[in-house]
Design a binder for this molecule. Sequence first.
Ligand SMILES: *Cc1c(COP(=O)(O)O)cnc(C)c1O
Length: 442
Amino acid sequence: MRVSCGVCGNLLDVVYDWQRLRPPDAWRHFEQKWSRRYDPLDFSGVWRFRELLPFAPDEQIVTIGEGQTLLQAADGVGKYVGLNAGRLFLQYEGMNPSGSFKDNGMSAAFTHARMTGASRAACASTGNTSASLALYSCVTRLMKALIFVGSGKISYGKLSQALDYGALTMQIAGDFDDAMARVQEVSKELGIYLVNSVNPFRLEGQKTIMYRVLEALRWQVPDWIVVPGGNLGNSSAFGKAFMELLEIGLIDRAPRLAVINAVGANTLYQLYERRGLRWNDGCPDCDTTTTYYGELDRGQLRASTIASAIEINRPVNLLKCLRALDVCQGVVREVTDQEILDAKAQVGAGGLGCEPASAASVAGAKMLRAEGVIGADERVVCILTGHQLKDPTATVAYHTTDQQMFNDVLGSRGVKRASYANRAVAVSNDLNEIIKAIQLYS
Ligand SMILES: *Cc1c(COP(=O)(O)O)cnc(C)c1O
């Protein structure tokens, strides 16, 4: 499958002729589908918006019920971020069948793969894309799954999914960027369908996260969307969604977009905020990027953060993300692993657990609020990209009383404190001691 332009080498983009396709001009059209939830296409949180990603005939569409997600008003976390009551919303994508937002895109990529008659699909992954691919493969039986992961770079929650769902899993001796390079070569060599976020159809599916946010807000555009940035597929998809909704006329303004990097994997932050790289009407200054990657190579700098899902130094969707930042007057920030884990603990205490990468959105919102970029009364939606159970090690290490474990997992990453830890109480196996401890701590 061809994913990039033969002339300039940049990734392909899906473009629709809206004049000819005549998409619905009122949201009412999509509300009507709620009464037809017995139809899997109208039940799916992706495909009930299929007129807004109209690349497939209905009979080719692949769905396993993805996108039944939740926009939760989160005043407790909002207070932590510094927002007034009723202003922070968490879009919880952990409710997807494989536990992350990746299912939105995988259902679209599988649909396209089916249209091309593919029998095998491959990806390189920090974990969630492979979990999603493995799940779609074993539920639909349409394609065999082939997965490349960097060694030691994948959390157990995610690896366990790939293995349990029966995917052929290759652990490459290298990191994500290496695995990504190899899978592209292998799929070209063997003619395997590639479902990485270089695949433009994945982004089509991920646009629907924004449609569901609007739907939950009764079609009112929020002031801010805050999203973690790894390979920048999600942020790119969100920008494309708003660009198209503006063109179609379903909205009259786009929200602002904040993309949050981890300090240890901050390519977008460096390029956009420090070196002034811009979309520039589709002609960004590529020298800026080339120079930066040259510096990374010479310094042998590797991405490193506890938020493994965004531990990426060469984001494949960089250009599309620049477009999204342009459409949505975007900003980019970087947050430390300490900030990520503290925010994650707050999210957990608020009731929706998430994995470390997801909490970067909340940590980023807090930072932008402190800077005054986000106002206390603005409506902010943070995307919680993945489920808490994806990475139990990070959570347990934060709450642990075992200093050795804390140091091994977190201290080595510069995390010093666990200010919001909920520590287990050690007590002897004795009724009186247990009762005493309960009275002491409650
Ligand atoms: C993939 C992933 C990300 C990063 O998303 P990109 O689209 O690659 O920027 C963030 N969080 C989680 C949980 C993910 O699985």
